[in-house]
Design a protein around this ligand. Structure first.
Ligand SMILES: [Zn+2]
Length: 210
């Protein structure tokens, strides 16, 4: 079994919004979505702490509000920040979940997609450990594709966009090194592997490839 097939057998999003096969690290940085929210957008981000450095626990510590703010000069500006994402995919492909997909994670900030503001209300946020300045790892794309399909099986997703697309001028991630074509290709392969007519019936629209 290749890593994606292994991920498929593991990645199943339950009714409570938590995904099996993913390490759970519950964050308190979330609240309820609006009662009428339709979860139809996936937002891709990149993050690294300190910027450009990979590995370690700093990202999950930030989402858990337990970052050692004295551990690096850059962290000082993060003291008042209360943020989270639903998921993080590390460089080694390990996936973590911080907030139930049913709830509103705090990943997008001031944002707009197709005329709708406040994308946190109706989106699921996936962070890739990475930066705007170097390529992501192949296993990250594989896991992202597998997670995308698993989420699509659970929610009426219609679109995938980058943070840079929903907050242009303010955000630049996932950035120029994120390969949307590669993501889309692996997503299509993942979709075929799942062979689910319910999902195949409505392929996701990849905003960056429009
Ligand atoms: Zn972002």
């Amino acid at each position: 079994m290749n890593p994606t097939e292994a991920a498929f057998s593991r990645f199943v999003v339950a009714a409570d919004g938590w995904c099996s096969g993913v390490s759970r690290m519950p964050s308190s940085n979330f609240d309820a979505r609006p009662a009428d929210a339709k979860i139809d957008l996936l937002v891709v981000h990149n993050i690294s702490l300190p910027p450009g450095q990979f590995g370690g626990q700093f990202i999950s510590d930030l989402f858990a509000n337990r970052l050692d703010y004295d551990a690096h000069p850059y962290f000082d500006q993060l003291r008042a920040l209360r943020v989270s994402a639903h998921f993080l995919i590390r460089r080694d492909g390990i996936a973590m979940q911080f907030v139930s997909a049913r709830d509103r994670a705090w990943h997008a900030g001031h944002s707009s997609f197709r005329g709708r503001d406040g994308c946190n209300d109706f989106s699921i946020g996936i962070e890739l450990e990475g930066s705007d300045f170097e390529p992501f790892s192949g296993i990250q794309y594989e896991m992202l594709a597998a997670l995308t399909v698993a989420l699509q099986a659970a929610y009426p997703l219609t679109d995938v966009a980058g943070h840079e697309h929903i907050a242009p001028g303010r955000k630049t991630d996932p950035g120029p090194f994120f390969d949307w074509g590669d993501y889309h290709l692996r997503y299509q392969q993942a979709l075929r592997r799942l062979q689910s007519s319910t999902i195949a019936a409505h392929s996701l629209h990849f905003h960056a490839l429009a």
